[in-house]
Design a protein around this ligand. Structure first.
Ligand code: NAG
Ligand code: NAG
Length: 384
């Protein structure tokens, strides 16, 4: 057995994760709601100065603009489509049918380009089945909502949540500062200012490193040597910022409510789209893990990571169950996640609703609790 597969096995045991295999045998897929992150992108403009080489990074980003999907991102988005097409082939006809699938993107170029690329893969016409001999592509539409009104954009349009995240980002966490003191000292020396007391900032530093590595620009050797620990601290930052018990519902509570609404229709046999795809951002993927009370949250979501909730009927008993499925990044095996307090990865549907319902919000309540008003001016520069 290779070193790699041994470490994967150890990881499986240590995280209580079960690799996709025969868990789904003897079940029928009724419905799935999937949310994914966009593919590789250039850095967000405000994060450039966190890089070790902003000048080269500016030059590498120039052909795309900041925060934009790159060619590497398109390759990953296409692979995401391969995954979705394979995993949900039961729900989809070979050619696009609007009755089967609902597709929604945040109003952001990188998420829209990602879903378009993924859909080109999902509906890649088999030889001689498309509408053209020359163009091997099926046009498939998605819908979007302006950032000001999108319930998946709580970070920019929900003042209650934005205020929380901003405050938390600059809050001291002495225990984290202590545990990661070496990393924080190293990054402080690189940046030229002391971040030891604001450990959650590492979330943004990690983000810029990942985007520059994807563009082929190396990070410093001493930082590269501890990148896994930086990633770990970024994951903890995600948890405190977007996984907080009191605030996670403002980022993903309405989506959870959508899951209840449409899965109930599918279970009842009502005509509804049985696959719902949401193209979005790392914070969406993470917050959805949090509101669905996943025990083993998966850390900072990678490019084109995907998280779905599948509703299945166990053939033998007729029991309806929810199966949380995570694809860490396209090309790796998907894994099944455990809902806290639900005995099995196949979580009884009613039990799932019971465990998660305090995190769900209808859209009107969400706006009220967010302190949303029509004259709200949003700053969507990080997601445009
Ligand atoms: C599209 O899907 C619906 C629902 O499954 C089905 O009734 C309809 O016949 C399909 N349309 C086409 C053109 O295949
Ligand atoms: C950074 O701040 C921490 C906490 O105030 C302090 O212990 C540390 O010595 C500072 N590091 C530098 C390089 O100034």
């Amino acid at each position: 057995m290779s070193k790699f597969s041994i470490s994967v096995l150890l990881l499986m045991f240590s995280c209580g994760v079960i690799i996709a295999d025969d868990v789904t045998d003897g079940t029928e897929l009724l419905f799935s709601l999937l949310i994914h992150r966009h593919g590789d992108r250039t850095p967000i403009e405000f994060s450039l100065l966190l890089s070790n080489d902003p000048i080269t990074l500016v030059a590498l980003s120039a052909p795309y603009g900041y925060g934009q999907l790159t060619d590497a991102g398109k390759i990953r988005a296409f692979a995401l489509g391969d995954y979705i097409g394979r995993r949900y082939s039961e729900l989809l006809a070979p050619r696009y049918n609007r009755s089967e699938v609902y597709i929604r993107s945040t109003d952001s170029t990188r998420t829209k380009m990602t879903i378009l690329t993924a859909l080109a893969s999902i509906y890649w016409p088999a030889e001689g089945t498309g509408w053209s001999d020359k163009i091997n592509w099926e046009p498939v539409p998605y819908t979007t909502v302006p950032a000001k009104y999108d319930f998946n954009q709580g970070t920019v349009n929900c003042p209650t949540f934005t205020n929380y995240v901003t405050a938390a980002m600059f809050t001291p966490y002495p225990e984290l500062s202590e545990r990661y003191s070496e990393i924080l000292a190293l990054l402080s020396s690189k940046l030229g200012y002391n971040i030891s007391n604001v450990p959650l900032i590492v979330f943004a530093i990690y983000d810029v490193y990942v985007s520059q590595l994807s563009l082929g620009l190396a990070i410093d050797d001493d930082v590269a040597a501890v990148l896994d620990q930086i990633e770990e601290l970024a994951g903890i930052s995600f948890d405190l910022l977007y996984g907080s018990d009191n605030y996670k519902k403002y980022q993903a509570g309405v989506l959870l409510n959508e899951f209840y609404t449409y899965s109930a229709q599918a279970i009842a046999g009502v005509d509804t789209q049985r696959l719902r795809i949401y193209s979005a951002h790392d914070v969406n993927v993470y917050a959805f893990e949090a509101v669905t009370e996943i025990e083993n949250r998966q850390g900072a979501p990678k490019y084109a990571s995907a998280y779905s909730l599948e509703v299945r009927r166990v053939t033998e008993t007729g029991e309806i169950v929810v199966l949380p499925v995570y694809q860490p990044t396209p090309g790796t095996p998907e894994i099944y996640l455990q809902v806290k307090g639900c005995g099995d990865v196949l979580c009884n549907y009613d039990r799932f609703v019971e465990i998660t319902s305090s995190n769900a919000l209808d859209e009107d309540t969400w706006r009220i609790e967010c302190g949303f008003t029509d004259d709200l001016v949003i700053d969507d520069s990080s997601v445009d």
